[in-house]
Write a protein that binds this ligand. Structure first.
Ligand SMILES: [Zn+2]
Length: 355
């Protein structure tokens, strides 16, 4: 009886999922995309052969509060952080980032060690940069509580930027974001396991998708038949560590084995290795993209450019970036086609199993 109920529930969810792909027109601004739940748009005109190849661009942590926010405010320029990298961003069919703050003028400061909340006007910059998908599954989107988080999700959606990894309850937070680019169907899942755990969404409580390994693997198996490409974006790991922990490597491998095509990690604020595993890719941490930290490796990061041909992920390139003193991301002075950072032969165990 329990199994039957379970199947009925997943069957219903699958039907909803198939009906809820967000269409994104390739090479157009995301604000042209319809809201979630509307019918899928096909970007290809009748009679025109569909594109066989798409590129997806992934960036690391974007934090638009604190000094970055005041810098933009003083200049009344909300696109400033992205201006020097705009061409590279727009040379892709879809752009993803981890947005490490709520975008809101609501909520109550919960006074975490660092509490971030970005001015709603930063949405203009994110739109101009062309971001289509932004993870809100991180340890800062709850800094101003559930009201600011929910307001942030609404504002992003209204701007045509689809948030992932947070929602009005646990089901919404864990539910895959389904995006269609031309004929390509992509499922995004995003998680966090960095405190505060009170930010985790509950049965009737808004919040972020907490990275529980068993639940994440179940979510991936659910998303697998719904899309051509399944992308999992965990916010995890140890800040400033140059290698992932043994626990992260093991979980990333399990995620790939469960059906993920690519893992795009964030949180350590520094770049960690990119590993090819069973013909799939794992980027443990892309480092920072826009941030105001001053540590030795925190003013640089990686973008990943993934190429999908005939519905299969065929290549992933690393594109290193630097962050200048005006908090602008720009291409690092090395070849764009740079080698991936390498995973150590022996990765350490986690210093704190709770993280
Ligand atoms: Zn973080």
């Amino acid at each position: 009886m329990r199994i039957k109920k379970h199947l009925v529930r997943w069957g219903f969810l699958a039907a909803v999922a198939v009906a809820s792909f967000c269409g994104l027109s390739p090479l157009t601004h995301p604000q042209s995309s319809p809201p979630p739940g509307s019918s899928t748009q096909n970007a290809v005109a009748p009679g025109v052969p569909e594109k066989r190849q798409y590129t997806l661009l992934f960036t690391g942590d974007i934090m638009l509060s604190r000094t970055v926010g005041s810098f933009m405010e003083a200049r009344k320029d909300w696109s400033l952080p992205f201006r020097l990298i705009s061409d590279t961003l727009h040379d892709a069919d879809l752009r993803y980032c981890n947005l490490e703050c709520p975008v809101s003028d609501r909520g109550r400061n919960l006074h975490h060690l660092y509490s971030f909340r970005a001015d709603p006007r930063v949405i203009d910059g994110l739109k101009a940069a062309g971001f289509n998908v932004a993870s809100q599954a991180n340890n800062h989107t709850y800094d101003w509580g559930p009201e600011a988080l929910m307001d942030s999700l609404d504002r992003l959606r209204a701007a045509g930027i689809q948030p992932v990894g947070a929602g009005q309850n646990i089901l919404a937070a864990h539910y895959p974001l389904l995006v269609k680019v031309g004929s390509l169907r992509i499922a995004f899942l995003a998680y966090v396991n960095i405190d505060p755990k009170e930010a985790a969404a509950g049965v009737d409580r808004p919040g972020v998708a907490w990275l529980d390994p068993t639940q994440a693997l179940t979510d991936i198996r659910f998303a697998r038949p719904l899309a051509d490409i399944v992308l999992v974006c965990p916010h995890w790991g140890v800040e400033y560590a140059l290698q992932p922990t043994r626990e992260q490597v093991d979980l990333a491998h399990q995620m790939i084995d469960a059906g993920a095509d690519m893992i795009v990690g964030s949180h350590p604020h520094v770049v960690q290795p990119v590993e090819k595993y069973h013909d799939r890719w794992i980027a443990y941490s892309l480092g920072n993209f826009i941030f105001d930290q001053e540590g030795p490796n925190t003013h640089r990061g990686l973008m990943l450019k993934a190429t999908v041909r005939d519905q299969h992920l065929i290549d992933v390139q690393s594109i290193p970036i630097d962050i200048n003193s005006a908090f602008q991301a720009k291409l690092a002075p090395v070849k764009a086609n740079s080698p991936h950072p390498v995973l150590a032969a022996k990765v350490p165990s986690s210093p704190d199993p709770a993280k």
